[in-house]
Write a protein that binds this ligand. Structure first.
Ligand SMILES: [Zn+2]
Length: 441
């Protein structure tokens, strides 16, 4: 099949998307018209535009969806995805992660990053917010690869001014150097390609960052309009260590609060064990959370009380947390998130709203876009938004050949609970086709 490489084009397919105003729309015979600038000119029933529909490339029975948004992943860790099951967070970091990141120099990044971006796209992710390693040159290589590939990416150099894996750094200059390098990367990449590439100032987490680094990094993000991303409240051992390192703070969230790190351009990964006070502060400040249920089970970190957080009004989306999570697929994250809610129900501890498959689909696309402040640009297939689109072949999710679904909830359910690594057949960002999907099968 000839899939369009660049806009303008029109696709006919089964169209399934959450809507900005709430709810979901499903068109069994849908039409997506992408204009020359890569924006969606029309998304709706083919019958409403018969002229355009007759000239469109007919992908039916493939399903057209908004591209997924991965709010949290570590690009240099991808080679170790699926390794180290059963270890706790801090041991796993020492054994499986820091050695890998230590070797992620510019040459390694040049080799690995293009394949990593293709792997994100193959999983159906068109927007990825990721951590790099600590080396400035490796971040340039990672951004250059994203620039060439076409994915929408938010990337940051990991900042650590204690317990770093970088053996070459002079401890006396580490804070200043990390800030200077981050600022230089912001200059070069934040907002590049008309905002497709953005920068996230990235202190790793409170254990590897002094209060000075946290404060200075938050100030840098605020001054430049870059995002600020870090981890919070992932596992009990980590929380105890943070309490020991920051005895004056009320709790883990307060460590970042005192640094000036909370706010609408901040994405905190995990947030599994928040107290009511911590949850309240995140809601009050508009701070966003990346929910990473696969990683949270893989590392036995805990089961986030998603319903309680949503009921409180917390803004959140989904994250693969590769390599803490073994799989880049946001559909896999939805499935595990659903199972976590069920497990909490069985245990009698789930207090809040239970999400249905279409709610999960929304969280993985529009929810993530809104968490990034990009809800008006991406996250759904609606006229005026950028054409960040994926096409899924439902044959890969059918339990036996010939089984077909024609209800939106059933289609979503199959993609989530029977997701297949090859089911995403194509992906576009701003109407430009991404390499990756379809390359294996
Ligand atoms: Zn992480």
């Amino acid at each position: 099949m000839d899939l369009p490489l660049s806009p303008p084009f029109a696709l006919r397919g089964r169209l399934l998307t959450p809507l900005d105003d709430g709810g979901t729309t499903y068109q069994p015979d849908g039409l997506l018209v992408v204009d020359g600038s890569g924006q969606i000119a029309f998304a709706g029933p083919a019958g409403a535009r018969t002229g355009a529909a007759s000239e469109a490339i007919d992908l039916r029975p493939w399903i057209l969806l908004p591209g997924m948004v991965d709010l949290h992943a570590h690009l240099p860790q991808l080679p170790n995805a699926g390794l180290g099951a059963g270890l706790d967070l801090l041991t796993w970091l020492e054994r499986y992660i820091f050695p890998l990141e230590r070797d992620f120099d510019a040459a390694t990044a040049e080799r690995l990053a293009p394949a990593a971006w293709r792997a994100f796209a193959s999983a159906g992710t068109t927007t990825a917010m990721v951590y790099g390693a600590v080396y400035e040159a490796s971040l340039d290589a990672t951004f250059r690869a994203a620039e060439a590939h076409g994915i929408r990416a938010i990337v940051g150099k990991v900042m650590m001014d204690r317990g770093t894996y970088d053996p070459t750094i002079d401890p006396k200059v580490i804070l200043d150097q990390s800030l200077t390098e981050s600022a230089a990367l912001i200059d070069r990449w934040h907002g590049a390609d008309d905002g497709r590439l953005r920068y996230a100032v990235t202190p790793r987490f409170a254990i590897t960052c002094t209060a000075d680094l946290l404060r200075e990094s938050a100030a840098l993000a605020a001054a430049t309009g870059a995002y600020w991303q870090t981890h919070v409240s992932e596992d009990r051992g980590e929380i105890a260590e943070v309490a020991r390192l920051f005895p004056d703070s009320i709790d883990y969230v307060d460590v970042y609060d005192r640094a000036g790190g909370l706010g609408e351009r901040t994405v905190l990964a995990h947030a599994v064990h928040l107290s009511d006070r911590e949850l309240g502060r995140l809601v009050e400040t508009g701070t966003r959370v990346a929910h990473c249920p696969v990683s949270n089970l893989f590392l036995a970190s805990g089961m986030m009380p998603l319903g309680r957080y949503l009921d409180a009004g917390l803004g959140l989306g989904l994250g693969s947390d590769v390599a803490g999570g073994p799989d880049l697929s946001i559909f896999t994250v939805m499935r595990t998130g659903f199972y976590v809610q069920n497990a909490r129900r069985v245990a009698g501890v789930e207090e809040g709203r239970i999400l249905a498959p279409l709610d999960w689909l929304r969280l993985g696309s529009l929810g993530g876009a809104q968490a990034l402040g990009l809800g008006e640009v991406i996250g759904s297939l609606e006229a005026g938004k950028d054409a960040d689109v994926i096409a899924v072949d439902p044959a890969f999710t059918a339990p036996v050949p010939g089984v077909e679904d024609d209800e939106s909830a059933d289609i979503a359910s199959r993609m989530i609970f029977r997701s297949h690594p090859d089911m995403v057949r194509a992906a576009w960002v701003r109407g430009r086709r991404l390499e990756g999907p379809g390359s294996r099968g």
